[in-house]
Design a protein around this ligand. Structure first.
Ligand code: 5GP
Length: 245
């Protein structure tokens, strides 16, 4: 389907193609997986398909709850029609539990509950290794305005509440996650990118087992089994059958 379409951007795990309409794009979820600034790489057959279904479901849940997102339609497994956005080069991270890089940088207690949640903004820039920002640096670099940042924080906290609640019902603890935002042609802040086990920490609510990309970061053998398990937990059974996952 994407043979005739023009590739606009190739990321580490997704490709963005032009769509028929100028104000839309087609996001293709690839099977590639990377960690540590892209230093560790692999390819797991079916990962892209799993992530496209998980992300579509979570974006649908957010839309139903009034969050403006770029999601329009799951065209086929692995392929999502989305609104074209001018992306803001920020990685907006929300944390409910202290783990990951937070423990390497600050004296938090391992697995300490963070209430209120911590919102952290990193500069999405491989050359500078995604450094943590503060508002002054973000504004001075021309990445976003104070109003943009206030709006992004407000939306991120809402998203955290909606997804934490939704995932809890599915047996998943939302530990932390990364979001990316962009602006539409009218300048509205819209949620873009994806929400999947590649971009979140999900723990089994009972056993606290890892159900996300940490399995790959830690060198576990069963990464794809985990992604399929999460897909089955989050996506409705009828959709898994329909999309032949
Ligand atoms: P940490 O800063 O602890 O490594 O990551 C916090 C959360 O944000 C995790 O859920 C992690 O998956 C996500 N995250 C942070 N940076 C990136 C990134 O560059 N790419 C992806 N896919 N996720 C990220």
């Amino acid at each position: 389907m994407n043979d005739s379409k023009k590739l606009m951007y190739a990321g580490k795990a997704k490709d963005i193609y032009e769509a028929e309409d100028d104000d839309k794009v087609i996001v293709i979820f690839r099977d590639d997986i990377t960690a540590g600034d892209g230093e560790k790489k692999a390819n797991f057959q079916g990962k892209g398909n799993c992530n496209s279904l998980i992300s579509s479901k979570l974006f649908e849940v957010l839309e139903e709850n009034g969050i403006p997102t770029h999601y329009l339609d799951l065209i086929e497994t692995g392929s999502v029609l989305s609104k074209k956005l001018q992306m803001i080069p920020l990685e907006v991270i929300a944390r409910n539990i202290a783990t990951g890089s937070l423990l390497k940088r600050f004296p938090f207690e391992k697995n300490q509950k963070l209430d209120p949640p911590i919102i952290q903004m990193d500069y999405k820039n491989d050359e500078y290794h995604d450094p943590m920002l503060n508002d002054e640096i973000t504004i001075a670099l021309g990445i976003a305005t104070q109003e943009d940042l206030d709006e992004i924080r407000k939306i991120t906290l809402k998203i955290n509440n909606i997804l934490s609640e939704f995932l809890k019902e599915k047996g998943i603890l939302l530990v932390d996650f990364k979001l990316e935002f962009g602006k539409d042609s009218e300048g509205n802040i819209i949620l873009g990118d994806e929400i999947s086990p590649d971009t979140c920490r999900y723990w089994d609510i009972k056993t606290l087992e890892t159900l996300d990309k940490d399995s790959f970061r830690q060198g576990q053998e069963n990464v794809m089994d985990i992604y399929e398990q999460v897909c089955a937990m989050i996506v409705d059974e009828k959709d898994i059958e329909r999309w032949e996952i």
